[in-house]
Ligand binder design. Structure first.
Ligand code: BEZ
Length: 176
């Protein structure tokens, strides 16, 4: 890893659909956060009249999130972040964190987090209410069900057991 490398930690759709060029990718863990479907999506997986629900990260002591870390060279990183800043403009902010790459190394990385209280924050909804919204919502990027099921599949491939995501997957599959 050279001085010019920049990492991005992906924990949502970026895991299964990165939509950017990168030098390498590695499974990784971010400690102190949990993944939650608590962000309204009125531009990707829903509409202003029926916003879907997509993931963000919430700070939680003792929790950890599995994801994929993508490494860029500096020029690639700049172009990628300009594009992602635009794509994720509905409440997400880019923050610097420390991640653990699988096989041990620590790395500084950027991560997109929509903080509590942002204009698209859906707050602490019950899983059954989130699942009911996901079942109905569709947006320009596809159905909210597809977003959830692809994320759950990607996490299974990573060997992750995120209880919130898998509870929502079970609820949605049972209702279809
Ligand atoms: C991600 O998949 O890491 C991601 C989630 C929300 C906004 C940007 C990226």
């Amino acid at each position: 890893m050279d001085e010019q490398s920049v990492w991005l930690f992906g924990y949502g759709s970026v895991i299964y659909r990165p939509s950017f060029e990168f030098v390498e990718s590695r499974p990784a863990t971010l400690r102190g956060f949990a993944r939650r479907f608590s962000q309204r999506s009125d531009d990707h997986r829903g509409t202003p009249s029926l916003p879907g629900r997509v993931v963000t990260l919430v700070a939680r002591e003792g929790a950890s999130v599995r994801g994929i870390a993508y490494r860029f060279d500096a020029a690639q990183a700049e172009a990628t972040f300009v594009a992602l800043d635009h794509r994720e403009r509905a409440g997400y902010e880019r923050s610097a964190v420390e991640i653990e790459l699988d096989h041990g190394a620590l790395a500084s990385a950027y991560v997109y987090i929509a903080p509590r209280g942002n204009a698209w924050d859906a707050g602490d909804e019950r899983d059954e209410d989130i699942a009911a919204t996901i079942l109905r919502a569709h947006g320009p990027s596809g159905s909210n069900v597809e977003y959830l099921l692809r994320l759950a599949d990607a996490l299974r491939s990573l060997g992750d057991r995120d209880p919130h995501v898998f509870a929502l997957e079970a609820a949605v599959l049972a209702a279809r």
